[in-house]
Design a protein around this ligand. Sequence first.
Ligand code: GTP
Ligand code: MG
Length: 311
Amino acid sequence: MFERLPTVPRSQELVDRAFRRSSRSEKGAKYQESMVRTAGNMLSDNLANLIRKFPSIERLPPFYRELLDVMVGMDKMRISLARVSWASKQVGQISREHLRKMRSAEDKISVRKKAFGRMASVLRSVEGDLFYLGEARDRLRKLPTLDLDLPTIIIAGYPNVGKSSFLARVTGARPQVAAYPFTTRGIIVGHMTRGNLRYQVLDTPGLLDRPLFDRNEIELQAMAALRHLQGVVIFLVDPSGHCGYPLEEQLDLLDSLKGWIQLPVLDVYNKCDITEGAKRGLSISTLTGEGVDLAVEGAIELIQSSVSLSF
Ligand SMILES: Nc1nc2c(ncn2[C@@H]2O[C@H](COP(=O)(O)OP(=O)(O)OP(=O)(O)O)[C@@H](O)[C@H]2O)c(=O)[nH]1
Ligand SMILES: [Mg+2]
């Protein structure tokens, strides 16, 4: 989705390039005019092209719009794009204004210098915006590209319960697995085929049971997937205590999720290899593989029944 975002040059880089190019204009009576025209065109085109390559925020699918907001701030992006667009027009205007003045001026060199000074100052005034757009581009490019039409299984749950281990078991994806919470810091996508059908499986960052406004950026990415994507949710619970969070808190989160998301939810209890006492519900171990296929089949059945319900 954001793969084709362009690299964003710095203000100074743009100015240096444009002024250098302008000095290569054909020498002659109109040399100063060509310099202004070349530099003006180059700067305003570069800025306009840059904005054109950023996706229109309004036209993004809601899932990506929310991710963009969480990762880089939607308003900030709108403002920076608007300011760069202003700079592009402003440079064009400075160029036209000084070309007009130059026609009657004796000292054309000083008019050209004034034009260059003003162009450089416009570019300086959007230095922060170009810097922000560059950083935003680097962050957004790392987001996965999802197929919003493929049947999707979203793995959600508390941190450290084995979500990434589940993804690694059922798909070819190799997410980082570690014995501490918040190992997964963004959405990771894997694929699997069952029967003739291809499914998309998403590993999401861990969620804690807390109010929305307390949630960190990592959790908010998982919320965006749960809020906007179609499919089913496997809510993974770790009843063994190994993950570091009490079972009650995990079940509270499960309850509240069921209250507000539209998607069918399958609760699955992981780490059955180390869970003492009676097992609960659908028990699996992503470590030994026990029960994992059953969980996948359960999720697929839920997808199929929710699809037939919607017809
Ligand atoms: N004994 C046992 N350990 C497991 C099982 N599944 C996962 N683990 C361990 O639990 C820890 C967390 O696993 P992850 O797959 O990284 O958990 P996660 O839910 O993706 O964690 P976050 O990305 O931090 O939210 C790792 O040390 C895994 O080896 C299991 O079935 N049995
Ligand atoms: Mg993980």
